[in-house]
Design a protein around this ligand. Structure first.
Ligand code: NAD
Length: 418
C-alpha cells in the first residue's frame, strides 16, 4: 500500500514572501537572493514497513536541507498523516531563519514521514524510524545534518534513529538531539520550547508594562510544547484560562489548575472531562475573549477564514507557521501584536544546540545551567527583535527576518558561495 498525497498544510511561498520583504529592506544582492530562494537539497524516500498483521506499507519520507551557510543543517522530523514535501520545505526554511535569529551555528533542515503515528504500534513505529533513518543516512551526520523530534515524534524516536545510524557509522550520540537522558539527551530539552515561549511572553509583558496576573492566556495544543507552556506560564503567575487538543478543550474564566489538569490527563481523562471548567472547541478557543492566544499545535490554524473572529491582542506563535500570511496582515491591521514562530519557539533548537555540544564534548551540563543559557540566548534574540521593531516601526516578524536574513547573507558572502 502507498499512502496518498494530501493537501499542503502550509506553503513555502508564504515564507518566501517574508524573506523577500526582508531582502528588499536590506537591499540584498540578487545573487544571494537566488541562492536563498532555493533549498540546498530535497530528498524524497520510500519507507517500506512490515506491519504487525504481516502486510507491507510504503510510507513517503522527506528530508529537506534549506541552507547550511552558518553550520550543519538542523531540524526536527515530523510524523503526520498530512506531511508532504512543500510543508517540510517550508519548515526547513523556517529553521534556517530561526537558528540564525538565535545566533546558533546551524543551518536549517526538516524531515517528515507521511504516516499516522496514533494508529501504529510501537514496533511498527520502530521499524518505520529505522528504515527512514537508513534511507536518509547518507545526507545526515554530526557535522552535516542533525535531526530532532517534532510533531508525532519524541525522545524514543530519536533513540531509534541514533541506534539505526550507529549501526552504519558507529556510536554517534550527537547525530540527533532530543534523545532520552540515558542516551546522552540534555537535561532541560523536553521543557525547552515551552520554557522559551514563556520567557518571550514575560519579556513582552514587561515591555508592555503588564502584570502576569492580568494576562489571561489560551493555549491550542496539549502536546510537548502546549503542556510545558501551560505549566510554566501558570508557575509564572499567568492565568491559563483555556486549553484544547485535537478532540476536545476546557475553559475556566478565572484560570485552570494546570497541575490538577495534568494529573487528570495522566489518569487517561479527556480535557473536556476535567471537572473544574466548561468544554470548548478549537474554534471557540481561537475566538476566545483573552489577552494572549498561543497556538501550540499545527500550522495554518489562523487564516483568512477565521482571523476576524480572533479577539486576543497578543498572539505568540509556539507552533510553526500557525498564522497564515494574509491573516497576519489582517490581525496587525487591527493592532494585534504577533510574536513570530522563529523567535517564540526557538527554545527547542537552542537547547538542542546545547545537547549537541554536550555530546561532542562528552560532558553533561546541570539543568540549571541549561535553563540559564536558554534564558540568556532567547532573551537576547527577543531584545534584538523588539528594539529593531521599535526603531523601524515594523512588525516583530519583519524585524526578526531582517536580523536572520542579514546573518545568513553575511555567512554566504564570507564563504564565497557566490
Ligand atoms: P506534539 O505532537 O507533542 O503535540 C501536538 C499537539 O497538537 C497535540 O496536543 C495534538 O492534540 C494537537 N493537535 C494536533 N492537531 C490539532 C488540530 N488540528 N487542532 C488542535 N490541536 C491539534 O507536538 P509538539 O512537539 O508539541 O509540537 C507542536 C508545534 O510546535 C508544532 O507546530 C511543532 O512544529 C512546533 N515546535 C515544536 C518544538 C518541540 O521542541 N517539540 C520546537 C519548535 C516548534
Amino acid at each position: 500500500m502507498v499512502s496518498t498525497i494530501p493537501r499542503p498544510l502550509m506553503s513555502y511561498d508564504e515564507v518566501l514572501q517574508l524573506f523577500e520583504q526582508a531582502a528588499d529592506d536590506l537591499d540584498l544582492e540578487e545573487e544571494v537572493r537566488l541562492l536563498l530562494r532555493m533549498p540546498h537539497r530535497e530528498l524524497h524516500v520510500g519507507v517500506p514497513v512490515r506491519m504487525d498483521d504481516g502486510s507491507v506499507c510504503v510510507y513517503r519520507g522527506y528530508r529537506v536541507q534549506h541552507n547550511g551557510a552558518r553550520g550543519p543543517y538542523k531540524g526536527g522530523v515530523r510524523y503526520h498523516p498530512e506531511s508532504n514535501l512543500d510543508e517540510v520545505r517550508t519548515l526547513a526554511s523556517l529553521m534556517t531563519w530561526k537558528c540564525a535569529l538565535s545566533d546558533l551555528p546551524f543551518g536549517g533542515a526538516k524531515g517528515g514521514v507521511q504516516c499516522d503515528p496514533k494508529t501504529m504500534s510501537a514496533n511498527e513505529l520502530k521499524r518505520l524510524t529505522r528504515r527512514y533513518t537508513q534511507n536518509i543516512a547518507h545526507i545526515i551526520g554530526i557535522n552535516r545534518d542533525i535531526p530532532a523530534p517534532d510533531m508525532g515524534t519524541n525522545a524514543q524516536t530519536m533513540a531509534w534513529m541514533m541506534d539505526a545510524y550507529g549501526q552504519l557509522e558507529g556510536h554517534t550520540p550527537g547525530i540527533v538531539t532530543g534523545k532520552p537522558i540515558a542516551l546522552g539527551g540534555s537535561l532541560g530539552r523536553e521543557s525547552a520550547t515551552g520554557r522559551g515561549v514563556v520567557l518571550v511572553l514575560q519579556e513582552l509583558c514587561s515591555d508592555l508594562g503588564r502584570e502576569p496576573q492580568s494576562v489571561r492566556i489560551a493555549i491550542q495544543g496539549k502536546g510537548n510544547v502546549g503542556s510545558w507552556t501551560a505549566r510554566l506560564a501558570a508557575e509564572g503567575g499567568f492565568p491559563v484560562v483555556a486549553v484544547t487538543d485535537t478532540s476536545s478543550g476546557i475553559y475556566a474564566e478565572k484560570g485552570l489548575d494546570i497541575n490538577a489538569l495534568q494529573a487528570h490527563l495522566e489518569l487517561g481523562g479527556r480535557l473536556s472531562e476535567f471537572p473544574q471548567g466548561v468544554e470548548l472547541t478549537n474554534e471557540e478557543l481561537l475566538a476566545l475573549d483573552c489577552d494572549v492566544l498561543i497556538p501550540a499545535a499545527i500550522g495554518d490554524v489562523i487564516t483568512d477564514d477565521n482571523c476576524d473572529s480572533v479577539r486576543a491582542d497578543i498572539i505568540i506563535e509556539a507552533a510553526n507557521h500557525p498564522v497564515s500570511y494574509n491573516a497576519d496582515a489582517s490581525l496587525r491591521d487591527r493592532g494585534a501584536i504577533i510574536v513570530p514562530d522563529i523567535l517564540a519557539n526557538a527554545g527547542g533548537v537552542i537547547v538542542s544546540y546545547f545537547e549537541w555540544t554536550q555530546n561532542i564534548q562528552q560532558f553533561r551540563w546541570e539543568e540549571k545551567r541549561v535553563n540559564h543559557e536558554l534564558a540568556r540566548t532567547i532573551t537576547t534574540a527577543y531584545r534584538a527583535v523588539s528594539s529593531l521593531a521599535r526603531e523601524k516601526r515594523c512588525p516583530m516578524r519583519h524585524a526578526a527576518y531582517l536580523i536572520a536574513v542579514e546573518r545568513v547573507a553575511e555567512a554566504i558572502r564570507l564563504r564565497g558561495f557566490v
